[in-house]
Design a protein around this ligand. Structure first.
Ligand SMILES: *[C@@H]1O[C@H](CO)[C@@H](O)[C@H](O)[C@H]1NC(C)=O
Ligand SMILES: *[C@@H]1O[C@H](CO)[C@@H](O)[C@H](O)[C@H]1NC(C)=O
Ligand SMILES: *[C@@H]1O[C@H](CO)[C@@H](O)[C@H](O)[C@H]1NC(C)=O
Length: 298
């Protein structure tokens, strides 16, 4: 009798503790690549199906400027760069943090056979295609991105296509959090230190009017094996865009994105897993002890 009751008690106690303090467990992506500050007592009224209870902020190192990973969902009011625990389903929103370096227009990744290159950084920047006719590289245009639009998945398909053409495994993001100024020693209280940007508005590549502009098709990105971004280009505008051609025009900044880094292939097992393992272990030890005592008494 004693044994099942104490095990039940143990499980109930740990359950209750985890429900009240950290309904989603610890922040699941600890790493030496960035610092994490959490306020597990944070809460605020719920937006739609998200009930924030606890939040964390990831701080990227000084030689980086962009953070990918926190939830970026305008429809849920989640655009401030914090990671939130959603009490509604006990899940941390967002994905593993990735800090991206600064943009510079001389760093590029090229795939000659697909006539594509990524200008800006080692795994991020803006996509350019090669034009056989003018023998020049030029930007992809007509690719419109809205911060608060739920067509994110469609945008990501274009990013996936471009990234695969560039020999990355997949796209990582088309919008991300850009660091604001902050003092490195001012770690508390947590303040909004990031601003959500479509990467095309953040990088804002500028080109002379003479470069070829590759206006992308309005249909969904082709998914089939071996598809290339070149295949999905509707028209190439050589020379200045005609007036009123908004898809070609200068303020249609282009296809800027981040790809899933090839080198960064390490997988993180969530700390919450470690935690539940630890709890299970503690409970098992407790049960064994109780059993031993019970046996000794008998
Ligand atoms: C938890 O809820 C959020 C917000 O609705 C959702 O995006 C997420 O996929 C859910 N996670 C799980 C594991 O159900
Ligand atoms: C590249 O960056 C430099 C310095 O910011 C700028 O002067 C130059 O115009 C840029 N070139 C292109 C092609 O964007
Ligand atoms: C460029 O043109 C050559 C032949 O004219 C063709 O074989 C090649 O596929 C073209 N490359 C691209 C990227 O369109």
């Amino acid at each position: 009798m004693l044994l099942p009751v104490s095990v039940l008690l143990c499980v109930l106690t740990t359950l209750a503790a985890s429900v009240s303090d950290k309904p989603c467990g610890e922040f699941p992506w600890p790493s030496d690549d960035y610092t994490v500050n959490c306020d597990y007592r944070y809460s605020r009224p719920s937006y739609y199906d998200v009930v924030p209870q606890g939040r964390c902020q990831v701080r990227c190192p000084p030689d980086t400027e962009v953070l990918v990973g926190p939830p970026a969902d305008g429809n849920q009011g989640l655009t401030d760069g914090f990671y939130y625990c959603n009490m509604a389903n006990g899940t941390w929103l967002g994905s593993e943090p990735v800090c991206l370096g600064f943009y510079n227009n001389v760093t590029m990744i090229t795939d000659e056979s697909n006539g594509i290159r990524l200008v800006g950084g080692s795994s991020y920047g803006c996509v350019e295609l090669y034009d056989n006719v003018t023998q020049q590289w030029g930007p992809v245009r007509g690719w419109i991105l809205d911060n608060f639009d739920p067509i994110d998945d469609a945008q990501m398909e274009w990013a996936n296509l471009a990234c695969r053409n560039l020999r990355f495994s997949a796209g990582l993001a088309t919008k991300a959090y850009v660091k604001r100024e902050w003092f490195e020693d001012d770690m508390w209280p947590l303040e909004e230190n990031y601003e959500l940007y479509p990467l095309q508005y953040h990088y804002e590549p500028r080109y002379p009017p003479t470069v070829p502009k590759f206006v992308v098709s309005k249909s969904p990105a082709p998914q089939r094996e071996g598809a290339t971004l070149h295949d999905a280009i509707d028209r190439v505008v050589r020379g200045p865009c005609s007036e009123g051609d908004r898809d070609c025009g200068e303020n249609a900044f282009g296809l800027c994105l981040a790809c899933e880094g090839q080198q960064d292939s390490h997988t993180t097992s969530g700390a919450s897993n470690h935690l539940s393992t630890a709890i299970a272990h503690a409970c098992a030890m407790y049960a064994v002890t109780v059993l031993l005592i019970a046996t000794a008494v008998a």
